[in-house]
Design a binder for this molecule. Structure first.
Ligand code: NAD
Ligand code: ZN
Ligand code: ZN
Length: 390
């Protein structure tokens, strides 16, 4: 089959690779009908995540039609399914608490040792996301193997197009959990850093969860326009000092909750970000944490900081005093996708939100490398790329 494979920094290509096979009775194979490129894929493209191997198949946002099932899959051949990017067994201690992205079984032991060293406990398996998270082949491919297919995939009713439900794989639940982690009370003001796909779904979710005001921050005009069209007030961080502007807009109090939908590759020329960038380039540091620092500083006393943005390594210069002295709560995590799917599918079917407005380009899988390059180099125009393998 054809699949998008990783070959080092800024080097991905569509290759012919072996077809996936059923290896476990709970597996299913799906024929991928739509898949998307995520901001998280850009961390791989930029070679920021360790433990990638030459030829790894990328892609963790995908859906398709069930092609083949193992003897213990509950899926049926021909069903249309959306596949969560998190691989979860459904029966361990963590899955029992619906903390699916902490699943203890989905990362094979030889691989999970790596994340145990990095994080203290092994990470769960994720599709197409390095050998730290299991080394599973991803879904930017014609076909994909779905482990634990009796737990993860959500069956989609007929008659609703792929584009409307595809983002249930990741960015819609991620934006939703980011809003939930912001513990929004009716009428709250929430500030969201980053108007990429995750930031946009966080904005939509905050408003659906009762926020009175959402203030969105980015510097890309097209992305700020999308945020505005979704009901946010916007700040361009090239034009204003973000913390000062937020204080002024909230009568000196500060936002009730702040969401970091940017993560480890923050842009901008603040001194802390320049220092982080130098450390990243010289391998003395891993993450550019400017936005996390800014959310902590900007948040009101007693407020909440929610971090869907991905961080990978060890941080420094965090305003730990502000965090403690203001009595902030911080919540974060890879999204527990499976937990949210039925509810979020209902919201889509009820027409409660537009899940397609962010899509800027739909390309055949064969042009995936062009999609990566442009999503990376020209994010103002390329706001979300969907790939069609067939
Ligand atoms: N927690 C999860 O499960 C999960 C799931 C999906 C994505 N993510 C992460 O969420 C983050 C966002 O994903 P995305 O797909 O929207 O990525 P993206 O790269 O498309 O968007 C990031 C946006 O942040 C903006 N930005 C950069 N620096 C900024 C700054 N200093 N202030 C304000 N805005 C700034 C960029 O201009 C861009 O529009 C990434 O880190 C991604 O890995 C996490
Ligand atoms: Zn994603
Ligand atoms: Zn589990």
């Amino acid at each position: 089959m054809r699949a998008l494979t990783w070959h080092g920094k800024h080097n991905v290509q569509v290759d012919t690779v072996p077809d996936p096979q059923i290896v476990n009775p709970r597996d299913a194979i799906i024929k991928v009908t739509s898949t998307a490129i995520c901001g998280s894929d850009l961390h791989l493209y930029d070679s920021m995540i360790p433990s990638m191997s030459n030829g790894d198949i990328l892609g963790h946002e995908f859906m398709g039609v069930v092609e083949e099932v193992g003897s213990r899959s509950t899926l049926k051949v021909g069903q249309r399914v959306v596949v969560p990017f998190v691989i979860a067994c459904g029966s361990c201690f963590f899955c029992g608490k619906q903390q699916y992205s902490a699943c203890d079984n989905s990362n094979p032991a030889d691989k999970s040792d790596l994340s145990e060293v990095a994080y203290g406990y092994p990470a769960a398996g994720l599709f197409g996301y390095s050998h730290l998270t299991g080394g599973y082949a991803g879904g930017q491919a014609e076909y994909a193997r779905i482990p634990y297919s009796d737990v993860g995939p959500l069956v989609i009713p007929d008659g609703i197009e792929d584009e409307k439900v595809l983002f249930l794989t990741d960015i819609f639940p991620t934006g939703w959990m980011a809003a939930e982690n912001a513990e929004i009370e009716p009428g709250d003001t929430v500030a969201v850093w980053g108007c990429g796909p995750v930031g946009l779904f966080a904005i939509k979710s905050c408003l659906l969860q009762g926020a009175g005001r959402v203030i969105a921050i980015d510097h890309l005009p097209r992305r700020l326009e999308l945020a505005k069209a979704n009901g946010a007030e916007v700040l361009n961080y090239h034009e204003v000092k973000v913390r000062e502007a937020l204080t002024e807009m909230t009568a000196g109090i500060g936002p009730d909750a702040c969401i970091d939908a940017v993560g480890m590759e923050a842009h901008g020329f603040s001194p802390d970000n320049i220092l982080d960038a130098v450390k990243q380039e010289t391998k003395l540091g891993t993450d550019r944490q400017h936005v996390l620092r800014e959310t902590i500083m900007a948040c009101r006393k007693g407020g909440r900081v929610s971090v869907p943005g991905v961080y990978g390594g060890i941080g420094d210069k965090l305003p730990i005093g502000a965090f403690m002295q203001k009595g902030l709560t911080i919540k974060t995590g890879q999204t527990h996708v499976q937990k949210y799917l039925p509810k979020l599918l209902d919201l889509i079917l009820e027409g409660r939100l537009d899940t397609t407005d962010l899509i800027s380009h739909i390309l055949p899988l064969e042009r995936a490398a062009e999609g990566y390059k442009n999503f990376h180099d020209n994010p103002n125009e390329w706001t979300k790329v969907v790939l069609k393998p067939h």
